[in-house]
Design a protein around this ligand. Sequence first.
Ligand code: ME8
Length: 661
Amino acid sequence: MPENEKFYITTPIYYPSDKLHIGHAYCTVCTDAMARYKRLQGCDVMFLTGTDEHGQKIETKAREAGVEPQEFVDRIVDGPKGVKDLWELMNISNDRFIRTTDPYHVKAIQKIFRAMYDKGDIYKGKYVGKYCKDCEAFWTETQLVDGKCPDCGREVQDAEEEAYFFRLSKYADRIRHLLEDTDFLEPRSRVHEMVNNFIKPGLEDLCVSRTSFTWGVPVDFDPGHVVYVWVDALFNYMTALGFQNDQYHDYDKYWPADVHFVGKEIVRFHSIIWPAFCMSLDLPLPKKVYGHGWLLLDGGKMSKSKGNVVDPYVLAEKFGVDALRFFLLRTFPFGSDGNFSNELLIQTINTDLANDLGNLLSRTTAMAEKYFPDGLPADQAEDAGKDAELIGMASSLRDKYEAAMEKYQFQDALSEIFKVIDRANKYIDENAPWALAKDMEANGARLGRVLYNLLETLRICTVLLSPFMPDTAEAIFGQLGTCESCGGCSKTWESAKVWGTLTSTVAVHKGENLFPRIDADKAIAELEAAAEAAKKAALPALEIEPFATENVDFDTFCKSDFRAVKVKACEAVKKSEKLLKFTLDDGTGTDRQILSGIHKWYEPADLVGKTLVAIVNLPPRKMMGLESCGMLLSAVHTEKGEEVLHLIMVDDAIPAGAKLC
Ligand code: ME8
């Protein structure tokens, strides 16, 4: 029992993004479940998250938005539906939130950079190589894949500038030993990736300063240089505890971190570069880095730039935050990639929560309330033959759950809980409480015991579910009548292993249905409509075609004969959805017929009498069997992704046939 043991856990610090998606929420929800589990065990937990706010990418985005970088990040971190809002929505219980623009962090980074320089691990040189702006990562030619960034597949830029370097190569052997001979990095598959892709080809020194932009921590002893964003970012795990600053005073208590949870694409930074920085300063290494997989959508990584993101706000509003948290933790093995789909989300909610847990809870509480409205009877009759298996499973659940949680296998921990829930549902059918209730005198004591066993099983499961669905767990405890007399002792970690903790004469309070079944077809249609609307809303309000880059000479231009024409008649062409047939007065005395594909924007009757502009010396062409002699001019642009067209209408005072030049 790790009571009062310290446990320090972190998420990566997020790039401020105006569109954090369910993939981002995944890592933080998993970290939160782990932190809550450790608190349940009685640990003294420090759970840190935050934002990584410096770097060229942010500087560029701020410039595009027409604001200063600080204003830009403030808006995204603190603003409506910003990073902090999202964590509040997802019920994230972080103890601390660091922003790398916090002044205490900035000053600490300057001291840290200087300390590594004084030690001789940072030296001045010249950087020649490639840089991925999106990943804020430097690459050598040989590390590129098809000439592109090996992490995100985007184009890289040539980079050449005076820069400071960190002697990463010096630590290669120690890092290799750390990776191969200890369980510092998990899951194990990530160790092979790191050793084969980075260590074996030879670790090169790392460029740790930039001069081509200014949005970063200035190197205080060399103006013009800013500290490479990953130095700034990685040390957040220490500065947030008070390392090299007086803002906090928990460094001695919590460092080294027990585990850093990080996505697989940033394992390199956390398992090679980060321990090397710690080694350079002779600081204890974090105990573990766990590289989790990605949530994929249609087989690809969710990312805003690909436009395939899933909005956690929409899902949480529709299904509830706890159901969403539960889905993320229950469905995807933490170390591997998983495919997100709305169908899977709804199926998981319906199967596990509505059917299995929901049914167990509502059947048990409904029967307990109906048969024993004032509480279960004190006199209860055991039937060891019928009860032993359920009691055995519920009593041994905590150990199995703990074994899975200690390996960060949230899916397995939940699976163990649901095996017990499943068994309890069968127990109801086997013991048919409704049949026992027919003769209360003969069977009342047995019925009392059956219901007690079910309530006690539910209580144990709920204690262990609480790190995953904190609010729901409280609501279930309320319905079970847990802790009304004991003052909290039946919700504890200790009590999850002690069968019989619930007061035997407990009175339940059947409440609202916590897990209503979702109509999958309806919900999916609504989600798709919401996604479509969001996609549209994200499109630029107005788009105009790029201007022609090739010049046209004056004589060629003058060959086009533009004339004012008056609409004498206009009708839709039969069997065509697009075409309108115009009969036009072009001033020659002979009617001119022009066909134009504009029915989407105009009703024929509305155009009669209008003065339009036509180019009249195009060769005639046939459309739907009808001849078109010329073309009407219109203006086109795109609005929220939709093409919009306006016919060019000119002053009616202009006579038919007048030449436009
Ligand atoms: O990497 N599935 O920040 P970030 C699962 N600032 N996880 C995902 C995901 C997906 N589809 N998309 C993103 C950074 N993530 C750095 C970290 S730490 C010192 C600096 C995860 O905002 C991603 O893997 O790009 C990472 O762990 C986290 O979200 C933050 O990503």
